[in-house]
Design a protein around this ligand. Sequence first.
Ligand code: XMP
Length: 513
Amino acid sequence: MELKNQKLIIIDFGGQYNQLIARRVRECGVYCEVLPYKKADISAIKSDRPVAIIFTGGPNSVYLDSSPTISKEIFELGIPILGICYGAQLMAYSLGGSVKSAPTSEYGKTNTDFKTDSVLFGGLPEKSVTWMSHTDYIAKAPDGFRITASTPVCPVAAMEDPERGLYAVQFHPEVNHTQHGSDIIKAFLFNAAKCLGDWTMESFAATAIEDIRRRVGDKKVLLGLSGGVDSSVCAALLSKAIGSQLTCIFVDHGLMRKNEGDEVEQAFSDWDINFVRVNAEALFLEKLAGVTEPERKRKIIGEEFIRVFESESRKLGHMDYLAQGTIYPDIIESGAGDAAVIKSHHNVGGLPKDIDFKEVIEPLRLLFKDEVRALGLTLGLSPTLVYRQPFPGPGLAVRIIGEITKERLEILRNADWVFRDELAKSGIDRDINQFFAVLTSMRSVGVMGDGRTYDYTLALRAVTTTDFMTADFARIPYDVLERCASRIVNEVKSINRIVYDITTKPPATIEWE
Ligand code: XMP
């Protein structure tokens, strides 16, 4: 996409906080993109004319031959550069300073002294806490640099050469543990690099719409809509851009929560698009009959989904483009490759491989999740839709332990609905990032009225998390849990026992399957 705004480039040397840096920069209204160092071609950067460059951290030592590096020419482009952690060491090493390995690492919150007449730390306290995570350190700053921060074990915790526009910090200003981290990033963006801060969601939407119109012309676009945040925002954006040239296929696999299929259809009923809902519950249930193994469930649903999507799209005649709601973290993260498969994830929309499309368009490919939400609101989607919790592609199938039947789905839907209703009534739903009910395959004895029951145990799961990679169980007050339990056993048949899941992730996962 051709952006009219200024762009900052983040050169990624393999640091764990690369996305966080990008988000912090964008929060300041400065558009940025993350570029792996291997792809950081100097002439390309030169013609791209970024307003500034940031080097991320990384796990290596600068003086190893195999370590990530970048041509020294980058320091001569006249573009302001901020090096963070490994990026700081690389700057020092490349420009003639010295980097050494310390006998012990400096890790965690660290008291740091600052020179407050510097560009980066002007107006900040002389002492504050920074977040460190390094073994190597800059032992000597290169000529021309002034040392602007230090810690008891790190002589050069920051250095700068404003004349050349070069700045470096050993600590991580992007993490919250660094006390004035955002101010330091702002000082780099606005004082050192003179950024305008002109990037807003309105400007992104306007550029994206123009771009889609130019690319698609009078051709047709197909989108798989799940009702999740990404595909919904994608649909809204495309609808603004090309209206009825867009067709959305919503495959209702019958594994949605109570009323959800109708809500998705309702949400898009007023939009100027072609909306096709495929009610495929019977088909999915048939394929899932007797299947209890979690990975098989996931595979069956993923494959069936593609098949239904393909056969529906064939009925529509030729479509030129396939749109997908891919977002920026998917792009930055792809390529890691060797992580163990914990669960095979399935995302509605990103699937068909052998349908004949001219091209794939991914209008959200440059946005982070919170930006996708902001864009959704800008485009007029309802807050309920925009702030929806994540819902796994395989839906309730991974929240029913054991066999999936129409009857068990109904039990889970009703119980899950009561849980959601009670959390909403108590007002604590806003503090919990994801919550749902799980129907176990365990049955136990209970007593109801004068009779013995032998029914299912239902588990309630509620977590707080920022990234869904790790999670803590939510501390729901006992009286709220009590109301949930009492209503569920009274209102939902076949459940006589409720348990609350108090495991964190790791070692548990958020979903049960
Ligand atoms: P786990 O269970 O792995 O889940 O801790 C992490 C987050 O991912 C969601 N999830 C999925 N999302 N397709 C998705 O789009 C999937 O197949 C899938 N499985 C899990 C889960 O709800 C949680 O938010």
